[in-house]
Design a protein around this ligand. Sequence first.
Ligand code: TXA
Ligand code: MG
Length: 345
Amino acid sequence: MSVHKTQIANAAELIRNGSVVAFPTETVYGLGADATSDIAVKKIFQLKGRPAHNPLIVHLAHREQLSEYVALKQKSRVAEQLERLSPLWPGPLTIVFPQKKSIITDSASAGLPSVGIRIPNHPIATALLELSNRPIAAPSANISEYVSATTGEHVKDCFGDSIHILDGGPCSLGIESTIIQLSEEHAATILRPGSITREQLKEHLVEELSPIQPDNSMQEKVIAPGQLKKHYAPRTPLYFVERDQHTSFMEAAKSLRVARIFFSEQEKVRDASMSTYYLSTSGEHHECAKNLYATIRALDKAHLDLIVIEKPKQGPLFEALYDRLKRAVKEPKTLLSLAEKTSIE
Ligand code: TXA
Ligand code: MG
């Protein structure tokens, strides 16, 4: 879908006037507002129903603007790490710096001294940032805890006509940015995996990455609320079911309205009794990521009893997909009791 330059200019004017605008990036749609305005940023939290302790990512048009918003000491460890990571910008990478400048309003960073910065690689996002001449604070454009939006239609499903949407069609990557936190004291840490993989980050940084922190320790901490356990979840219960358990599960769940999602068409499931969706033809991870949220959202509208999805394969490229799904699925034991109950009836 093409967006005319005048539409972007109008949206930029709205940003400058303190309104909220949804816009496409190559990862997911963002719900943006002027990151220097406390009133504008608070509108985002209100619209999303987002807890005030969960900081927003600040988007910039160009790398050269960074020093306006981030306090960086020359020749420091963070400055050196930034230099090494710079080839990945613009792109699906958010870098959390230890110290923001005061021009970024405290509500955007949820009162933290640090700030997450991203330079998106999408012509509409870049034009909006350039024309508004503002840093834009933007979380994913969904109601808090729901599945992120990868089309303008998805944004509309969440917010109706209450916000201005720049509809640039489907996002090319379909999964949120990788978030890496830099620090003077520790090795860099991945706070959220994404399409920039651990291996790519290691290649650019000379030093090792800190091991990813276990979920439990992250639950209540403000350091990386993106790790909150319940997230990205559809309203219809979503469960992992392994491929080799499908036949027995389907037998047990015969009287339920179920859709199932597989990553690859390669091993077509013969049983035609249930609607089956494939995220890709070959299992290629980019294709899977691109289709994941759209598939889950579409099925969530179908009034099913439950949706089942196979576990992503192990491996670096599937780390991000697994990370999102494990926060979206329900406990397996509740599925077993549901299936057992219906098989007895
Ligand atoms: O791809 C993306 O990252 C999209 C597009 C719109 O840029 N944005 C996005 O934003 O996914 P959001 O708010 O849905 O997720 C950002 C995550 C949040 O979980 C937040 O806790 C974390 O980034 N975050 C932001 N600033 C942080 C900070 N200073 N320290 C630690 N975590 C931070
Ligand atoms: Mg989000």
